[in-house]
Design a protein around this ligand. Structure first.
Ligand code: SF4
Ligand code: SF4
Length: 91
């Protein structure tokens, strides 16, 4: 899950972020902001993949997406791969 933050007071209500989200995470609020428009807000954050499309689409640049770091396990040695020769020992 990712974290999506929207500066709701600066939102102009264009809904581009809503339309661009493939997961339907962002919805328009029933409340009005200081500009007198219905603002966008993250509604179903549990479905957010952190793709960042909403942030890219916002013309006001007020959407921030933070992705969680994914901890990958260390790579395992491939048993089929030949072991390089030890160059320190004499031939
Ligand atoms: S980061 Fe992607 S999935 Fe998450 S709210 Fe934005 S567009 Fe939707
Ligand atoms: S794209 Fe930006 S300005 Fe438009 S509704 Fe979404 S947050 Fe508001």
């Amino acid at each position: 899950m990712a974290k999506v933050t929207i500066d709701t007071q600066r939102c102009k209500g264009c809904e581009l972020c809503v339309e661009s989200c493939p997961q339907g995470v962002i919805a328009m609020s029933k409340s009005l902001n200081d500009k007198g428009v219905h603002f966008a807000q993250p509604a179903r954050l549990e479905d957010c993949t952190g793709c960042g499309l909403c942030a890219v689409m916002c013309p006001e640049v007020i959407v921030e997406v933070e992705r969680e770091e994914i901890q990958l396990p260390p790579p395992k040695a491939d048993p089929a791969e030949p072991v390089p020769p030890d160059k320190s020992s004499p031939p």
